[in-house]
Design a protein around this ligand. Structure first.
Ligand SMILES: Cc1cc2nc3c(=O)[nH]c(=O)nc-3n(C[C@H](O)[C@H](O)[C@H](O)COP(=O)(O)OP(=O)(O)OC[C@H]3O[C@@H](n4cnc5c(N)ncnc54)[C@H](O)[C@@H]3O)c2cc1C
Length: 400
């Protein structure tokens, strides 16, 4: 590392790791601190839409991701009541349409790829087992006290809080507030492919919608396993908000659903349960030479599979803004907030609305299914076109 200004990033999740790569390639030295001693993303899959894929491609990660990710043929929207297929979105066409594919990947695989690129970069220091203890602004810079295997003080031109939904950096910018519980829990598991009936299609995403719940499954680990996420309306706010889920509870919750869903939820496997929370993106993201990125700024409900995608987009825009005003960091961070906020607010709101649609009951659910059948895949695709077409520099802020 040399004489270039140093940017300190707190948190090595998908957002922080991507930002380390984009910011370093914009001409800065980067120190990225992660409080856990090892990088260990949760054992689950993640959907990567073309808007995120395009940023990762620009970092030269396409070949590595292609090697482990899956490009499904389609997303099948299924009725959790009748068991029939309501509509099918041919996502295999995304690569041609958007210049980047729609992919599903194990989180650990994505994290390994990002971390390998970070470790290879000579201008990035990744400090594991290291917590940001204090940030002391002085003369336009910050002195950041780190506690870890080796305690040290880093002089940083900017501090980026990519420290997740319970961000302490956010507290320094907006004052203390907790993320908002959304009254739903997410149940996740990964099941070996052999433990699931052969009738489950291998290269497709299944999205089952039923009363007050929905379930998504897709292949990961080169097809050797199936990632399952079930989201149910349920108030639960245990401290930590993440615990082992009792499989009998989830089996009971879906026991009137079609046989294919019951086969998935009763397959012998451990479940992990999360209370879903969100952070309103309308608050401040930047103050002086400190800014927020990813879930710290805008944790959202996962119904459009865009939380990590927004963190990845943030990373691209942050780097562009820093590159445009390297000598005036507060201006760069204010420009980053101004560019990102309208786009993220629109996605955040769309994700909430989508959740309401997925969990409809009775007559409303019937109307939803009829409408989906009628509009067909072409119109379904156009509905989210604005999300997937995004490029750094394009505002994506108009109202839908
Ligand atoms: C059920 C579910 C399904 C989802 N599916 C998708 C999907 O398919 N596609 C998608 O795009 N998004 C999805 N998301 C959203 C996505 O998981 C998140 O938006 C994304 O992981 C957030 O990344 P992040 O880097 O901002 O935060 P995090 O992943 O939370 O990382 C924050 C990191 O900061 C570290 N940290 C915290 N405080 C400190 C400190 N003081 N010092 C040092 N380190 C610190 C933490 O240990 C952590 O490693 C889903 C979310 C849920 C709940």
């Amino acid at each position: 590392m040399g004489e270039r200004p140093t940017i300190l990033i707190t948190g090595a999740g998908i957002g922080g790791l991507t930002a380390a790569l984009t910011v370093a390639s914009a001409g800065f030295d980067v120190v990225i601190c992660e409080r856990t001693a090892e990088l260990s993303e949760i054992g689950a899959g993640i959907q990567l839409s073309p808007n995120a894929g395009r940023v990762l491609d620009s970092l030269g990660l396409d070949a590595a991701i292609r090697d482990v990710a899956i490009e499904p043929d389609a997303i099948d929207v299924m009725s959790g009541v009748s068991g029939g297929r309501i509509a099918s979105l041919p996502v295999a066409a995304f690569r041609k349409r958007y210049g980047a594919p729609y992919r599903v990947i194990h989180r650990a695989d994505l994290q390994t790829i990002l971390a390998a690129a970070v470790n290879k970069a000579t201008d990035i220091r990744l400090l594991l087992g290291t917590t940001v203890e204090a940030v002391l602004p002085r003369g336009g810079e910050s002195f950041v006290r780190l506690k870890g295997q080796r305690d040290e003080v880093i002089q940083a031109a900017a501090v980026i809080g990519a420290d997740g939904v319970w961000s302490a950096t956010r507290e320094r910018i907006t004052g203390a507030f907790d993320p908002e519980p959304v009254g739903r829990t997410a149940w996740r598991t990964v099941i070996p492919r052999d433990n699931i009936p052969d009738t489950l299609p291998t290269n497709r995403v299944g999205l089952w919608m039923g009363p007050n719940a929905h379930l998504v499954h897709y292949p990961i680990a080169r097809g050797a396993a199936v990632n399952v996420v079930a989201i149910v309306d349920e108030v639960w706010d245990k401290p930590g908000w993440n615990a082992r889920g009792d499989y009998r509870r989830i089996a009971e919750r879906f026991n009137t659903w079609p046989a294919a869903v019951r086969a998935i939820v009763t397959a012998p496997q451990g479940w992990q349960k999360w209370a879903l929370t969100s952070v309103d993106p309308g608050g401040r993201w930047a103050e002086g030479n400190t800014a927020l990125l990813g879930d710290a700024a805008h944790a959202m409900v996962p119904f459009l599979a865009q939380g990590a995608a927004m963190a990845i987009e943030d990373a691209a825009v942050l780097a562009n803004c820093l590159k445009a005003s390297p000598a005036n960091i507060p201006t760069a961070l204010a420009a980053y907030e101004a560019e990102r906020k309208p786009r993220v607010m629109r996605v955040w709101n769309a994700a909430r609305r989508t959740g309401e649609h997925y969990h409809m009951t009775g007559r409303m659910a019937g109307l939803r299914d009829t409408a989906l059948r009628l509009v067909g895949p072409r119109l379904m695709l156009m509905q989210n076109d604005w999300i997937y077409r995004w490029q750094p520099g394009s505002p994506g802020s108009a109202q839908d």
